[in-house]
Design a protein around this ligand. Structure first.
Ligand code: 4VN
Length: 322
C-alpha cells in the first residue's frame, strides 16, 4: 500500500513584483537578477497569510477531485513561514475548509519540506489512512529584509499541493532523504529571541530575516543534490535516461543548470518556472508539478525525479511513476 497523487493545484497571490520594481527600491537591476538567478518576477502577498494560500490550494484540490472536505483523513502543510508557531498552519487550513475528521500538522524542512511531507504521507497511506492533502505554502516576503538585495531578489510567495490517496502500490518507487544539521547556520530565517525575564540572549534580535551564505548553500546544492539523485536512482533501479522529467526545488535557475550539467543531462528535462515565481521554498515543487501536469507536459506513467534542498540543511529526492 502507498501513495498515489490524484490531483494537483496551486495558488499564488495576485500582486506581481518585477525585477524593475525591485531595482526602484534597492541597488540592483533586472540584468543582475536575471543573469544570476533566472528570476524575472515573483508574486507577493498584501493581505493574505500562509494559511490563506494553503486553504485556497486545499479547496482547489477538493473541487478538482469531487471529494468533500469531510472525506480527508490528514492534512500536512510544509512551510517555513507559518502564520503562527501555534496553531499549525495545517490546523488553520483544517478549520477553514471544515475537514472535520482530518488530523493536521506542519512539516518544517524548508525547501525540502514538500518532499519530506510527501514521503511521510506515503507511510500514512501505507497504514490506516486513505485520503490526505499535502500542501507546500510560503509567505517568504515576511522573512525578507526588503533593504537587503542579496535575498530580496530571490524569494516569492505561493502555495501548491496534491491530493493523495492510498493505493495497492505506491507511486513512490524510491526515496532518499538527508539532513546536514551541522551546516544549518548557512541558511537561517525567523530566529525566535529568548525574551523571558531570565533570558540572556547572546543572539542579535534582528536575525528574524533571511541570512544566507550564498556560496556555501550553492556549493551544498550543486554537490548534495546530484548525490541524492544518484542514490535515489540506484534505489529505484532506474538510469538517468529512464527519467522523463526532473522536478527540482526552484532555488535559482543557475543552480538547476549546474545540477543538470553535473549529471550530464539535457537541461530541457529539468522543468523550470523560477522566472515567474522566484524561490518559494516548500511551495516551489508542488507549483511546478501542478503547472506541468495541468499543461499536459507530465503524462500518466512517466518517471519523475523530484528533489528538494535548502534550509536545515536538508535534501530529499523521490523517484515517482506518475
Ligand atoms: C537552496 C539554494 C539557495 C540559493 C543559494 C545561493 C544562491 C539560491 C548565490 C549566488 C548569487 C545568486 C544567488 Cl541552493 C536558496 C535556497 C533557499 O530556498 C535553497 N541562490 N545564490 C550570485 O551572486 O550569483
Amino acid at each position: 500500500m502507498g501513495l498515489k497523487i490524484m490531483q494537483t493545484a496551486h495558488y499564488v497571490p495576485s500582486k506581481v513584483v518585477t525585477n524593475d520594481d525591485l531595482a526602484a527600491m534597492m541597488d540592483t537591476s533586472d540584468e543582475w537578477i536575471s543573469s544570476r538567478t533566472g528570476i524575472k518576477q515573483r508574486h507577493v502577498v498584501r493581505d493574505e497569510q500562509t494559511s490563506d494560500l494553503a486553504a485556497k490550494v486545499a479547496e482547489k484540490l477538493l473541487a478538482k477531485s469531487g471529494h468533500e472536505a469531510e472525506d480527508i483523513d490528514f492534512i500536512i502543510v510544509a512551510t517555513m513561514s507559518p502564520d503562527y508557531l501555534t496553531p499549525a498552519t495545517a490546523a488553520i487550513v483544517q478549520g477553514k475548509i471544515g475537514a472535520k475528521k482530518a488530523w493536521a500538522f506542519d512539516v518544517n524542512a524548508a525547501c525540502s519540506g514538500f518532499i519530506y511531507a510527501l514521503a511521510l504521507a506515503d507511510k500514512l497511506l501505507a497504514g490506516k489512512y486513505r485520503l490526505g492533502l499535502v500542501i507546500g505554502a510560503e509567505v517568504l516576503s515576511k522573512l525578507v529584509d526588503w533593504q537587503e538585495r542579496s535575498t530580496a531578489v530571490l524569494f516569492g510567495d505561493g502555495a501548491g499541493g496534491v491530493l493523495v490517496e492510498a493505493k495497492d502500490k505506491s507511486s513512490i518507487v524510491a526515496e532518499d532523504l538527508a539532513t546536514f544539521g551541522q551546516d544549518g547556520g548557512t541558511l537561517t530565517a525567523g530566529y525566535q529571541p529568548l525574551e523571558s525575564a531570565f533570558a540572556q540572549d547572546q543572539v542579535d534580535k534582528h536575525r528574524h530575516f533571511f541570512e544566507m551564505d550564498g556560496r556555501a548553500v550553492y556549493r551544498f546544492a550543486t554537490h548534495e543534490v546530484p548525490n541524492s539523485l544518484t542514490r535515489v536512482l540506484a534505489k529505484a533501479d532506474w538510469s538517468l535516461d529512464d527519467v522523463s522529467w526532473f522536478i527540482l526545488h526552484q532555488a535559482n535557475g543557475r543552480i538547476i543548470s549546474a545540477i543538470a550539467q553535473h549529471l550530464g543531462q539535457d537541461e530541457s528535462k529539468f522543468l523550470n518556472n523560477v522566472a515567474k515565481f522566484g524561490n518559494t521554498s516548500a511551495a516551489s515543487i508542488p507549483i511546478l508539478l501542478d503547472e506541468a501536469v495541468s499543461s499536459g507536459q507530465i503524462k500518466s506513467g512517466e518517471k519523475l525525479l523530484l528533489s528538494g534542498f535548502g534550509g536545515g540543511l536538508t535534501a530529499g529526492s523521490l523517484a515517482i511513476v506518475y
